[in-house]
Every structure is written in structure tokens, then in C-alpha cells.
Ligand binder design. Sequence first.
Ligand SMILES: Nc1ncnc2c1ncn2[C@@H]1O[C@H](COP(=O)(O)OP(=O)(O)OP(=O)(O)O)[C@@H](O)[C@H]1O
Length: 316
Amino acid sequence: MVEATGLEKTYPVRRGEPVHAVRGVDLDVRAGEVFGLLGPNGAGKTTTVRMLATLTAPTAGSARVAGHDLLREPRRVRERIGYVSQAGGVDETVSGRENVVLAARLHGLSAREAARRAAELLEVFALTDVADRPARTLSGGQRRRFALAIGLAHRPELIFLDEPTTGLDPRNRAAFWQEIRGLRDGGTAVLLTTHYLDEADALADRLAIVDHGRVVAAGTPGELKRRVSGDVITLRVPAADAEPASRLLAAQPYVREVGGDGGGLRAYVGDGDSALPALLRAIEEGGLRVEAISLRRATLDDVFLRQTGRSLRDAA
Ligand SMILES: Nc1ncnc2c1ncn2[C@@H]1O[C@H](COP(=O)(O)OP(=O)(O)OP(=O)(O)O)[C@@H](O)[C@H]1O
């Protein structure tokens, strides 16, 4: 669905250094999958998606999108894709239904076909009851679902969703994830951007983690987490003990990698349940003090931490 090679985007800035928003991104999104671009604010996710959706021209690189060359056949690409921006693109002055009908008409459906398609989508997204209210009276969750229906009006093979659940409450988010899974199961490929770790983990079949305009890791959530190792032991020690504690951790045969500082040292281990008591013994024998210790499974944040040295939570 998407094969991108070396995509770059540089924005010229008046009286300033140009901004290298995207610095050489390769992507491969297959039919029938939800693909996630995960990264902090400003990582270049929106710019990448806007390039793939023909909305802004790449400075360098090439891509095939939905079977067509992005640069040579942008109109063909546009016919086959849908795009839902962060803002959502719902016209507030008319009803939700009219929004969907209008989108279908714009893509060349007849008035009758457009009405039928709109009714179908409103049913799928449980919007029929609120479809004829002015769009400005809709809740945030309803508005998001209308934006999705608008993006799907012309039955695209691939839909781009930019931060689809930002601002939704947890219940609406979970419901929206189900809608997105439903799209995929119905054969529409989905490329979405997110800065939520749990969203990428729960929703993406495969993902690329982006930072400063580059892909720093890519794979299924499971593969990425396995790459980090199994479990993470986090220790808080007094500042004076941070250096020796870090050395002591690194010297343990079952510790694969050490990261962080005194505020939160991280030891990546294969099997946390057996490593934890061994580590506690080693610390005691070393005469070091520990203020807090915890064990958890590796998350996508650990993948990001390992690749960039920062936590996605702090970076976002
Ligand atoms: N039109 C523009 N002119 C100059 N710089 C821009 C422009 N659009 C984006 N940028 C810059 O490019 C970088 C990447 O922005 P982009 O919106 O792609 O990131 P993002 O990962 O989608 O983040 P967010 O989630 O905050 O939208 C940022 O530093 C941003 O300020």
C-alpha cells in the first residue's frame, strides 16, 4: 500500500535555519494492516503523512502509494486514499450527514449514491441518530467518527489518520480503536500517527518509531519489545550511589543493558522474576543503598528510550 524510500522534507524559514522536518524515511505499509507512526510532538509524523497523502511535496525521496507513483500520479493516488487531519475537517455549518454526502459527491458519486453511502457509513459508526443535527452540536467523539466517515466516503483502499484519538476520553478512545480495527478487517489499510504508547501497542499491527525526522526502530510491537529484552528493573538510589550502582548492575551476568541515572536506573534483564532477588543480594553485598525498586515488562517506551536516550513521555 505504501512503499516509501528516502522521504525528506525541509521547510525554508524566513531569516532562520531551514527546518528538517523529515530526514530520510523508508516505510512499507501492507494491505490489510494498521500501521502506526509513533513519536513525540515535532518528530515529523504529520509531515510524513501529508507527503504520502499528496498534500505537500517531498524535498527528496520517492514513494508508491496505493499502487501509484506519488510524484508522477498524484491524482490517481488521491482517488484511492482517504485522509483525516488532526483537526478532523467537519464543516460546522451543516449537519454531519451533509458533511459525508458532500465528501462523497466531491469524489464523483451521484446524489443518490452519495446518500446511500452516507447512510451506510453513519450506520457503521453508530451516528444515524445524530446525523441530522448541526455538526457544531456534536461531542468530540462523534465529531471524530464523522471525520472518519468523511475520509471513507469514496471507499479508499488506504486511509491516513493523523492523531485520531487525541482529546478523546478513555471510553471513546477504546470505541474508536474498535472502529479502526473494523476498517482493517474490512480490507482498508490504515496508516495512523500517534504519540500514545498504549495506542501504538494496542492498535498497530506494525509500527515505525520516529524521532527528529527519522525512523529509529520498526517492526511489530512484540518484536520491538523483545529487542529491548524481556523485563526492566528500575532502581532509585541516592545520587552519591548512582555511579557505583550503575557499575554494579552492568557487572551482573544476567543484566543485558543498563540505562538511566540515580533518579531511575534501569537494568534490562531476560527474566525479571529471578533477576530481582539476585540483584538485591548483589546490591546489599556491595554496600549500596536503594530507595525504591520495581519490576515491569518492557514497553514501547523502553524501545524509544534505548534508541534515543529519552522517554517518549518526556519527549512528547
Ligand atoms: N510549514 C512549516 N514550516 C516550518 N516548519 C514546519 C512546518 N510544518 C512543520 N514544521 C516543523 O517540522 C517539524 C515536524 O513537524 P510535524 O508536524 O511533522 O511533527 P509531528 O510529529 O506530526 O508532531 P505533532 O504531533 O506535534 O504534529 C516540527 O519541528 C515543526 O515545527
